[in-house]
Design a protein around this ligand. Sequence first.
Ligand SMILES: [Zn+2]
Length: 479
Amino acid sequence: MKLYKVLLGLSVAALLTTCARRPTKLPIYDVVINHVTVVDVATGQLTPNQVVAISRGKIVEVQVADKDSYAAKQYVNGNGRYLIPGLWDMHVHFRGGDSLIAANKKSLTLFLAHGITTVRDAGGDLTPSVLQWRRDMDAGQLAGPRIFTSGPKIDGPGATWPGSLEVETRAQIRRALDSLQRLKVDYVKIYDSKISGAAYLETIRQAQRRGLKTTGHMPYSVTLSEAVKRGLDATEHLYYVFKACSGKEDSLTTLVRNSLSTSKPLGLFAMLPAVYNTYNPKAAARIFALMAKHHTAAVPTLYIQKTLAELAENDHAQDSLRAYIDPKIQATYARRLASARQQPAAARAFGQKLNAKFMTLVPQMQAAGVTILAGSDSGPFNSFIYPGASLQDELGLLVQAGLTPLQALQAATVNGARFMGVANRTVAIAPGKDADLVLLTANPLDNIANVKKIDAVISRGKAYPAPALAGMLRAIKNR
Ligand SMILES: [Zn+2]
C-alpha cells in the first residue's frame, strides 16, 4: 500500500487524542483531496484551499489545508480544481428485455464516467437485474451510480411498454401496489399509454395512503391540478404541465373525455396544437403556484425533447459516444428515427415551436417555487440520449432556458436528494455525508458546461481519476 503524506489542519481535539497518546499513529484515510475549492451547491458559496478526507464511503473531514500532515491510501490533487457533489440524473431507463441486460449494465460505467453518481430509474422491464446491480454495487463488487427505482411502470390494459403493471379496477391497483411494495421500490411511476383517468387518480390516491411517492405522465382526460391535489409528487416531461397552462384546459379535457367512447379517441398529440394555441400566462401562473404549494416537482427532460424534435435533421452517425453504446441498444434507436423521418414538415415545425415554448416554462416554474429535477430520459429506445453525457447536456439546456448555473446544479443534486428523502445523508460536502463527488478543472458556476471538465469522480468513497475512468470506458467500447 502506497501512502501519500498530505498537508492538513488537524482540529485541536484530534491532535490531543490522536497525537498525545499515540503520536506515531495518524489516521490513514481512504482518499484525501487537497487544496481544492469546495462548491456549496445549496448556496453557491466557494471555499478555496480545502482538504476533503474520505473514509469508508463517507466524507470525514473538510477543513482548510495547512501545515499538519495526514496520510491517505489515495491522494487526489485538488489544486486549481472545483469539487461538487456527484450529479443526479432523475430520469433514466433500464429496459428492452432480458437479451439487453448486459447492454444496459454497461451504462453504469457511462454514468460514472460523466460524473453521475445517482440515477432515478423511471421504470422498465429489467427490475430483477436493476435490483441485483444495486446489491452488487452496495457490496462493493460493481462500480456505478446509486439507483433509485420505480420497478415496473403502472399503466392501463394493453400498455405500450412491456413489463408494465396493467390496472383498471381498484383491486388491480391494490395488487399492483402490493407487488411494488414487495419489490421494495423507491416510488411509483405511472405511464399514460392506456391507463384511464379514473385509474390514474385512484393509483395516486392509494399510493399516497401507503406513503409511496408517485410520479408520471398523465392521461389528457384528467387535469394536472386534479393529480396535484391527489398528491402526485412529480410530473415527468412538460406535456402535462403545458396542458394546464391552457386557458381552455377544462373544455379541452372534456373534449378528450367525451372522445374516449367514440371511434376517434383524442390523446396528447392530437390535442397539443389546441393546447399551444390557448396558452394563457394566468393559467400558467395558477398551475405553477399550485404545484409549489403541493410540492409537486417537474422533470423537464429538455434534452430528449430537443434531440427527438431534431432527429430527422441531425445525423448522429459520427457521435463519438456511440462507440460506448452496445449495438443491441443502438438497434432500438431505429424506431423513433423511422417515425421522425415519416413526420410531415408541418408537424416537425410544430415540434420545434413547442420546444421553444417548453423552454420558457422552466424559469417561470423555478421563480414560482416549483422544484425542478434534472433528468435525461436516457436508455434503450430513446435515440441518441447517451447515458451520462445527456444529463450534462440537460443542465446546459436548463441554463439556456433561463436558470442560473447554480439552479441547474441544484436541479441535479440537492433537489433530487430532497425529492428522494435522503438530503440529510448526501449532496453536501461536509463530514458525515456520502462521498459521492466530482472534481472539475473549471468552475461550473461560471459556465455550466464546465461539468464536462471532469478530473476525477468519487463514488461511494472510491476515487476514479480521469485515466481510470478512461480505462473503464475502453472496457465497454464496442469492438
Ligand atoms: Zn422516460
